[in-house]
Design a protein around this ligand. Structure first.
Ligand code: AMP
Length: 291
């Protein structure tokens, strides 16, 4: 377990000097199978794997759950060690935000939409902490979950814009058997809410089914989402829309890859999820095929 930058860097430098590639999985801890799937992928693809655990204060807004976010470093490090990860980096806030810190990374356009509109400053915090962590670890490959699609796009944009020598590897969303995407925040749900939370994945599956049946209109697909979400009395929707899967811009028709993206409150807990809708439009027929 590494807590300081200098000691971690020494270990990474030693691995690099042996010609080993470095994989990195940033997390906020409270680990579940979703996180572990990223670590397994990193383990399979890289020689030296670093996992960070850091509940990043700058990505939480006022009134959000920073103080009560679940923290259990002992349990997390037990899970990580079983996977043969080489280094766990669990810095204090003062290590990543030295006294007097004033430098932030903004990715203004992608970060303004969807999650950013409901959580102002969230992606500024995400981009900033990822830039710092990339700077410390200097990984060849960094693994992120598609569950947080917009986060993946923000980080990819930042990596491109800042010419950072790291490949961002998006990884599939891991779900519970009933479809609910795993999340550290699922622990906040009581039993009735946990049952109600399956409405997110049900809505996405209904949308995917309509799309597979040939529906390409974003408006119609959004109606499918709204209808399914509307059936659950405990659900309060922040957004349920179909957007371009790369830019997250609104679309009218699903032509290039799109995504259905949701943010829904179930009681006091806010959950997000998404599904990719990948189409290959041929202008002469207007029909599509899955890619
Ligand atoms: P977090 O600890 O919530 O910051 O998440 C750390 C990483 O795990 C991020 O890249 C998330 O997108 C990813 N992640 C979270 N939940 C899942 C999941 N259910 N499936 C796959 N990846 C996930």
């Amino acid at each position: 377990m590494f807590e300081t930058v200098s000691v971690l860097r020494t270990a990474i430098r030693a691995a690099r000097n042996e010609g080993r590639s470095v994989g990195f999985v940033p997390t906020m801890g409270a680990l579940h199978e979703g996180h572990l799937s990223l670590m397994r992928r990193a383990r399979a693809e890289c020689d030296f794997v670093v996992v960070s655990i850091f509940v990043n204060p700058t990505q939480f807004g006022p009134g959000e759950d920073f103080a009560r976010y679940p923290r259990d470093l002992a349990k997390d490090s037990g899970l990580i060690q079983k996977l043969g990860v080489d280094a766990i980096f669990a810095p204090s806030t003062e290590v990543l935000y030295p006294a007097g810190s004033q430098t932030y990374v903004e990715v203004p356009e992608i970060a303004a939409r969807l999650e950013g509109a409901f959580r102002p400053g969230h992606f500024r915090g995400v981009a900033t902490v990822c830039a710092k962590l990339f700077q410390v670890v200097q990984p060849d490959r960094a693994y992120f979950g598609m569950k947080d699609l917009q986060q993946v796009r923000v980080v990819q944009r930042m990596v491109t814009d800042l010419l950072l020598p790291v490949t961002v590897v998006p990884c599939p969303t891991v779900r519970d058997v009933d479809g609910l995407a795993l999340s550290s925040r699922n622990g906040y749900l009581g039993a009735p809410e946990r049952a109600a939370a399956t409405v997110l994945s049900r809505a996405l599956r209904a949308c995917e089914a309509a799309f597979a049946g040939g529906e390409l209109s974003a408006h119609a697909l959004e109606q499918v989402l709204a209808e399914e979400l509307g059936r659950e009395p405990l659900a309060r929707v922040d957004y349920a829309v179909v957007v371009d899967a790369s830019t997250l811009d609104p679309v009218e028709r699903v032509c290039s890859p799109a995504a259905a993206v949701l943010a829904v409150h179930i009681g006091a807990t806010r959950l997000i999820d998404n599904a990719l809708l990948e189409a290959d439009c041929t202008p002469d027929t207007g029909r599509h095929s899955r890619v």
